[in-house]
Design a protein around this ligand. Structure first.
Ligand SMILES: NC(=O)c1ccc[n+]([C@@H]2O[C@H](COP(=O)([O-])OP(=O)(O)OC[C@H]3O[C@@H](n4cnc5c(N)ncnc54)[C@H](O)[C@@H]3O)[C@@H](O)[C@H]2O)c1
Length: 345
């Protein structure tokens, strides 16, 4: 087996979290980073003199020491760079959203199948500690038949955030606003927990920013199962409140505030269990005694292990495309004023 897996990162915004993840990993070696911004590239190089710094992505792709590339550039060019990397023989970990349209994202899936290489997609919030017991309660049928979900992503981004980089809040490169960029994590969690979406009926508007896309959406989501959800996203909620996830089924109610379990009331449970669950998962982060790495570091480590042990990464392109289909259905419904079915993936 290889000693350490050579790793490259393109895009040094959130890409720095990928680079940190590689530096902290057991089996990965950070070989190179790449950015077209000389200031960001120079800063990284001065902090990590042993890591190669490329200003051109094609030079990084020619570096034979690199086996995996993290794609951390603006969302609307994820598919382009991912396909180039796959065709150059690299495995890829790509940031969310996988791309901004289903058609572009499917090009990644096609290239993955064609090349036989591995592609993982970042959705780190799925792996917050408190999500584990929630997913388990659903899998074991303890929540019964899901009836209602309420999801609200009430974040704040100032105008400076949108002005930086020039791509945020644009249809071409961000593919949307508060929903495509920020709340897509929660769209992913919604479909992961509640199942396939049948229709969405939505509003989207610009309320407090000078941008092209939206800073507020509100939707009613109907699932194939018959369950219903409301979904709200905004970047106007000063100073950034939290993400609420609330699930109500015939077997009980579970509520999550950010990464903290808030309510655990199951018909087949008791007060002792409820107290224990809130003790373990009510404060956010890892429960006492759990030393598992989470967030970006977990997903980077998983990608390296997927290549090292020849297994699939945690989140596949097909899984990640589902949230893009839902987001675009929401935008279409907001535009037409009609219920829309997400594109089949
Ligand atoms: N998982 C998360 O929590 C999370 C958080 C933030 C951002 N993201 C995602 O990461 C991606 C990047 O977001 P960001 O906030 O880091 O943006 P950013 O603008 O801060 O960074 C992107 C970087 O990519 C560089 N770049 C652009 N085109 C390039 C090219 N062709 N070759 C090399 N470098 C290039 C830019 O110069 C810039 O430094 C987006 O898709 C965003 O949705 C995910």
């Amino acid at each position: 087996m290889e000693d350490k897996i050579g790793y490259g990162v393109v895009g040094l915004g959130i890409g720095r979290a990928h680079a940190d993840g590689v530096l902290r990993s057991e089996r990965g070696k950070l070989v190179a980073v790449c950015d077209i911004d000389p200031v960001r590239l120079g800063k990284f190089k001065s902090e990590h003199p042993d890591v190669e710094a490329y200003a051109d992505f094609s030079d990084l792709l020619r570096d034979e020491r690199i086996k995996i590339v993290s794609i951390c550039v603006p969302s609307g060019i994820h598919a382009k760079l991912t396909v180039e990397a796959l065709e150059a023989g690299k495995h890829v970990l790509v940031e969310k959203p996988i791309d901004i349209t289903v058609d572009a994202a499917m090009k990644i899936e096609e290239a993955r199948v064609r090349t036989g290489l591995k592609v993982g997609v970042i959705f780190q919030n799925r792996f917050n500690a408190c999500m584990e017991p929630v997913r388990k309660a659903i899998d074991e049928g303890r929540l019964g038949r899901l009836i209602l979900g309420t999801f609200a992503v009430k974040w704040y981004r100032d105008q400076k955030y949108y002005d930086a980089g020039g791509w945020r809040g644009t249809w071409e490169l961000d593919g949307g606003g508060s929903l495509m960029n920020q709340a897509i994590h929660t769209v992913d969690i919604m479909q992961w927990l509640m199942g396939e979406v049948d229709t969405v009926t939505s509003y989207a508007g610009i309320h407090n920013h000078n941008i092209e896309t939206e800073d507020l959406t509100a939707s009613i989501i109907k699932f194939k199962s018959g369950a219903v959800a409301t979904f709200v996203s905004t970047t106007c909620a000063y100073p950034g409140i939290s993400t609420d996830i609330q699930l109500y089924g015939t077997g009980g109610s579970i509520e999550i505030d950010g990464d903290k379990l808030k309510t655990w009331k199951l018909v087949d449970g008791d007060e002792l269990e409820e107290e224990e669950m809130l003790d373990l998962y009510g404060s956010g982060g890892n429960p006492p005694g759990d030393t598992k790495v989470r967030g970006h570091a977990l997903m980077v480590q998983d990608m390296i292990d997927a290549v090292y042990f020849n297994r699939e990464p945690l989140v596949s392109p097909r899984e990640a495309i589902k949230s893009v289909a839902i987001v675009n259905a929401i935008y279409e419904s907001a535009h037409t004023g009609k219920p829309v079915k997400p594109k089949k993936v």
